[in-house]
Write a protein that binds this ligand. Structure first.
Ligand SMILES: Nc1ncnc2c1ncn2[C@@H]1O[C@H](COP(=O)(O)OP(=O)(O)O)[C@@H](O)[C@H]1O
Ligand SMILES: [Mg+2]
Length: 350
């Protein structure tokens, strides 16, 4: 559905940045494909080239069966693009916005109204259909924007960082909407700098860095390219760390890493995980070593990115700083903030 071969694009002026440097992509139909990379990696440039908005210096690209250079009109008929900034009209209601987009796409008034209602339903906006878009939350606006992109059932939808700047609750709403898109038969190319987002939504991921693809695979393939899951044991007394490492090495095999600050021993986990875990804990107890915590960790996409590019990628950051401890007089504020914070963070520190 999307093919790019050896795309090169240098922006003129300034320092003449090379934004695409041998970029390639091959996306089959009917999936969400993630294009994951840090700020400045070339994601937006790739999307603009593939959606015919921007010329390029060399290479070849085809989208939905049409060549982006020779058949740009055909490509545009078959795609839709949703950028980072909502394109909806603030003064119109959600429904009026969608009817307007339908009319701009030459639907007859009755068909435009019918399609608007279908999409409002689909994106959970029916109850808010009559309210003006300026009163929508960020997540609702972004969903309305997505709905507007789908008026004419595109074969390919480009989503350029659809959740950047959204709070965690709105981000979840958009994620749900994106998950549903594929059931409409749409192929989605989703750019993101959030590892968690690519992991959640994409069936396949291409990791882009400095204008080229540096890795590709399913989220699990990318993680397992980094090696096995790891067993981590945290012990109570740091002066026993060496002893603990020796025990772990004897049972689990492999060379354990130790982390003195965290009093942790970590080792790649091979063979029967439960058996290894059980026997290791038993042996530590027999050696008189107190275990404070134990866990099995799969390498994260963040570790994968670091491994592939030598740099850390952006983490899914809250746009708003963490709220200060709520004053005792505002229980309502603290209860509404809590679930959103909890969904953004997988670890809780005391
Ligand atoms: N219009 C432009 N003129 C000059 N340089 C640009 C322009 N747009 C983007 N760039 C540069 O091209 C590179 C890729 O940018 P972009 O495609 O926007 O990356 P991403 O979307 O992954 O953040 C960056 O180094 C950026 O500074
Ligand atoms: Mg961008």
């Amino acid at each position: 559905m999307i093919v790019a071969e050896e795309l090169r694009k240098r922006y003129r002026g300034g320092q003449g940045t090379i934004a695409l440097d041998g970029f390639r992509l091959d996306v089959p139909g009917g999936i969400v494909h993630g294009l994951l990379g840090p700020n400045g990696a070339g994601k937006t440039t790739a999307v603009r080239v593939l959606s015919t908005l921007l010329g390029f210096d060399s290479g070849r690209a085809e989208v939905a069966g049409a060549d982006v250079v020779r058949q740009p009109g055909l490509v545009r008929e078959r795609i839709a693009l949703t950028g980072q900034y909502a394109a909806v009209d603030e003064l119109l209601s959600g429904r009026q916005n969608l009817v307007l987009f339908g009319r701009l796409h030459h639907l007859r008034p009755r068909d435009a109204r019918r399609r608007a209602d279908e999409l409002l339903e689909r994106f959970g906006l029916t109850d808010a259909a009559g309210r003006s878009a300026k009163d929508y939350s960020g997540g609702m606006r972004r969903r309305l924007d997505l709905a507007a992109s789908l008026i004419r059932r595109p074969q390919v939808l480009f989503l350029d960082e659809p959740t950047t700047g959204l709070d965690p609750r709105s981000r979840n709403q958009v994620w749900d909407a994106v998950r549903g898109l594929v059931t409409e038969g749409t192929t989605v190319l989703l750019t993101t700098q959030y590892l968690e987002e690519a992991d959640q939504l994409a069936g396949r991921i291409s990791v882009v860095d400095a204008g080229r693809i540096v890795a590709e695979g399913t989220p699990d393939e990318l993680k397992s390219a980094l090696g096995a899951d790891r067993l981590e044991v945290v012990i109570r007394e740091s002066d026993r760390l060496g002893d603990a490492a020796a025990v772990v090495a004897r049972i689990a095999g492999g060379r354990p890493d130790t982390d003195l600050d965290r009093r942790a021993v970590r080792v790649p986990l091979m063979g029967d995980r439960v058996e290894t875990l059980t026997v290791t804990l038993q042996a530590l107890r027999e050696a008189g070593i107190t275990v404070a915590n134990v866990g099995i960790h799969q390498p994260t996409l963040d570790e994968a990115f670091l491994h592939l590019t030598g740099r850390r990628a952006a983490m899914p950051a809250d746009p708003a700083p963490p709220p200060a401890a709520p004053p005792p007089s505002s229980p309502a504020a603290s209860s509404s903030a809590a679930p959103a914070r909890a969904s953004a963070s997988s670890e809780v520190t005391a």
